[in-house]
Design a protein around this ligand. Structure first.
Ligand code: ZN
Length: 433
């Protein structure tokens, strides 16, 4: 089903006309209300009047995460602070947090887009939605929460943590939709089995997974174990939160970006030049309707490509391919670019391994080293040591062959890698210390 048939199936020409109208208004608004943008435009010798068509967007300035930090906390607001009804912020593990403000209308738009996303996932008002995304300054919990209410479904605001209790609630309440990170869904699965709850005791049919990059192999693994349809959701707090894009259950093949509210571009991350539709690069998003904190050409650092092929679900909004990594996450090991998702694919294609892994990068004698620590299944671990050694060698061989880097693979006992209740900590880079 489609939540907002009129908007989600607009013919491309009408959709683009709407985007242009909204974009022109946005430029006027940020130019006159956000000193940061006025300054940026002046530096480039441009003004809002220079945008006459969507293709003129390529001349306009970018916004970087650092710009948000430099204007901490409220310097990017385009409305008086009193008009802001809610503030979210990123964790800010390094340096200052990234702050995002919302007007009453922004909060309502967000709920509507999350409801749209739920419906694209096949959820309806009859569903019971178990929401394990964290509630708080992080956008995940509250974003999904208000979207589920706008849909009219029953929301369980469980948040993160107390995993054993979560599994019991899921069984007792008969939850049908699960919202969490992909890695946490596997933790829930293991906890269920360990608590004597079998998957047939649960009624889950759809999982809406996001907030960390994952692979197609991981999807298959989750679908087999939890016996549900696993769908990908996209969002980032700077732009809004979850619900910027959503994979539809009809095609299960890429995420529709809600283009009446967000204008996507793909650029070359090094040169900043826009790439033709279909090429892989960095996703850049312009918010078209946000009032409190509109962003022009925000560099997400997420690597993907746009798929313009019409979708079988009937929605006209373009899809992006699943995010294979962030350009921030890209590891450079002895000069070779490696995304953790590439290693994940290799691990999950190998028989006998679990999807729990960690990449440890270090430096020895001026040379980068990569260690891939991966858990083996229970039955494998009891095998002879030489079987494990053979497996380690095989994985290192595949990594060398496909990615061109030398890695040491270490098998870890089952449960040997710490489980996370939010985003999995997959990379330990000791070179930075
Ligand atoms: Zn679709």
């Amino acid at each position: 089903m489609v939540f907002d048939v009129q908007k989600e199936t607009l013919p491309r020409d009408k959709l683009e006309a709407l985007q242009l109208k909204r974009l022109k208004y946005l430029l006027q608004k940020i130019y006159h209300n956000v000193p940061f943008y006025k300054q940026k435009f002046k530096e480039l010798g441009l003004g809002p009047e220079n945008l006459k068509s969507l293709s003129d967007l390529r001349q306009m300035p970018f916004t970087e995460k650092q710009d948000l930090r430099n204007n901490y906390p409220f310097g990017m607001f385009a409305v008086p602070r009193e008009s802001v009804v809610r503030v979210h912020a990123s964790s800010g593990t390094t340096g200052k947090a990234t702050v995002v403000g919302y007007t009453q209308r922004d909060v309502e738009t967000w709920a509507g887009l999350m409801a749209r996303s739920f419906e694209a996932a096949g959820a309806t008002r009859t569903d019971i939605i178990h929401n394990s995304y964290g509630y708080g300054l992080f956008t995940g919990g509250l974003g999904a929460h208000y979207g589920a209410e706008a849909l009219g479904a029953t929301i369980l605001p469980v948040s993160g943590g107390a995993t054993k209790r979560q599994v019991m609630l899921m069984r007792d309440f008969g939850s049908t939709v699960l919202c969490c990170t992909p890695s946490y869904s596997l933790h829930l699965y293991e906890t269920a089995l360990a608590s004597g709850i079998s998957i047939s005791d649960l009624k889950l049919r759809v999982g809406i997974f996001g907030a960390e990059p994952w692979t197609e192999e991981m999807r298959q693994d989750i679908q087999n174990k939890l016996e549900l349809k696993a769908l990908d959701i996209y969002g980032l707090s700077e732009i809004m939160g979850p619900g910027v894009g959503m994979e539809c259950i009809a095609a299960q093949d890429g995420l529709h970006i809600w283009e009446d509210h967000f204008l996507p571009e793909i650029i070359d991350p090094d040169s900043g030049e826009p790439l033709p539709v279909g090429e892989k690069g960095e996703l850049v998003i312009t918010t078209l309707t946000k009032e409190a904190q509109p962003l022009l050409r925000y560099r997400t650092r997420d690597i993907t490509r746009i798929n313009p092929v019409p979708c079988r679900c009937g929605r006209t909004h373009y899809r992006i391919e699943r995010i294979t990594g962030r350009s921030d996450d890209m590891l450079i090991i002895r000069g070779v670019n490696v995304f953790p998702s590439q290693i994940e694919s290799i691990l999950l294609e190998t028989e006998g391994l679990s999807p729990h892994y960690q990449l440890v990068i270090d430096r020895e004698g001026g040379m980068d080293t990569l260690e891939v620590r991966v858990e083996v299944h229970e039955n494998m671990f009891s095998d002879e040591i030489r079987h494990l050694q053979r497996l380690e060698k095989k994985i290192s061989g595949h990594i060398k062959e496909f990615l061109g880097v030398t890695a040491k693979t270490t098998m870890v006992e089952p449960q040997g890698i710490a489980r996370s209740e939010g985003k999995a900590q997959r990379i330990i880079d000791r070179r930075k210390k």
